[in-house]
Design a protein around this ligand. Structure first.
Ligand code: ZN
Length: 319
């Protein structure tokens, strides 16, 4: 067989496989969007993929329907390709590349459907399971149970892969384990914060500094007032933020001659007072920052830090 044709076949196969995975994800996204949930990004994985939602739906039946849509699409493609491959076998012969292509795609899509329906949270089947738990108990507890079952599946897959199942299964197992832990943790953080607004937990006794402040002065300030970060104002406008770690990065002997304006972080992310506390938490986790200035119509009205959020989580999950 000429290697050119081989290449063309492999290329077409890869593209089509990618399209099938994308369609699976679009199945999820389509249902999500019909419920008005914004999709921020779709990350494609060979065994299904994860569409990252703006908000996790808290309505169990909504989540179940959304989770089932992806494997549903895979199933339809799988059956369709299999039927077409039978047609192709009749018309072109069983050994024809098109027949092989359609048959392989059909089988892979059906495997994809079955695999994604395993109750291994956060895979689709696991989401259905979580939805089922969630209709019977609190959301955080439902997630914890589903995640534990997901982790159990991951451990089984890991050993199955290790003892003959293949390296791909090991990789998937590790992925599921990490994803289950991540989602369990983020649910435990985000859910208690629901309904809490940034304005309820932000610090309003604002201590600000100017860009001309010398570093020894701001270090004294941090030491005395026990704040780790300060907004930097120029003519009443927010120009940046300076934290204890920005100061510590400057060698001690040079601090005398350097001012806040030279080391402050100018690209700042801000949040509105009416935003959800959960959103503030998400922003901080994504950008790996510890505090957000709170801006109301261009005016600095407060600052919200991770410790403010953690305190709120502690209080709210204690009810
Ligand atoms: Zn899926």
């Amino acid at each position: 067989e000429p290697s050119g044709a081989r290449w063309a076949y492999s290329f077409a196969f890869s593209i089509l496989l990618f399209v099938c995975v994308a369609l699976h994800e679009l199945g999820h996204s389509f249902v999500a969007m019909r419920y008005g949930i914004k999709i921020r990004s779709i990350t494609l994985y060979i065994f299904g993929g994860v569409a990252s939602m703006e908000d996790i739906p808290r309505d169990p039946s909504m989540e179940a329907r959304m989770a089932v849509a992806g494997p549903g699409v895979s199933g339809i493609i799988g059956v369709g390709c299999t039927l077409l491959s039978i047609q192709s076998a009749i018309l072109l012969g069983g050994g024809h590349p098109l027949t092989t292509l359609l048959w392989t795609l059909g089988v892979i899509n059906i495997v994809l459907m079955i695999f994604n329906l395993l109750p291994a949270f956060p895979m689709d089947g696991g989401r259905v399971l979580r939805a089922w738990f969630a209709s019977r108990m609190a959301y955080v507890e439902a997630t914890r149970r589903a995640a534990n079952i997901g982790k159990f599946f991951a451990i089984m897959m890991f050993f199955l892969g290790l003892f003959g199942g293949g390296i791909l299964l090991v990789v998937i197992a590790i992925f599921i384990y990490i994803a289950a832990s991540d989602e369990e943790r983020s649910t435990a953080i985000v859910v208690p914060l629901e309904g809490v607004k940034v304005r309820d937990i932000m610090s309003v006794d604002l201590k600000t500094v100017s860009p001309e402040t010398p570093l020894p002065e701001i270090m004294n300030l941090m030491f005395r007032e026990k704040h780790r970060g300060y907004p930097v104002l120029v003519d009443g406008r927010l120009a940046g933020i300076v934290t204890i770690s920005d100061v510590q990065r400057v060698p001690e002997e040079k601090r005398e001659k350097i001012t806040v304006g030279e080391i402050m972080v100018k690209s700042i992310y801000v949040i509105e007072p009416n935003a959800d506390a959960a959103e503030a938490m998400k922003k901080m986790m994504e950008r790996q920052i510890r505090r957000l200035p709170v801006m109301d119509e261009g005016k600095l009205v407060g600052i919200v830090s991770r410790s403010d959020l953690l305190r709120a989580i502690e209080i709210c999950s204690g009810w």
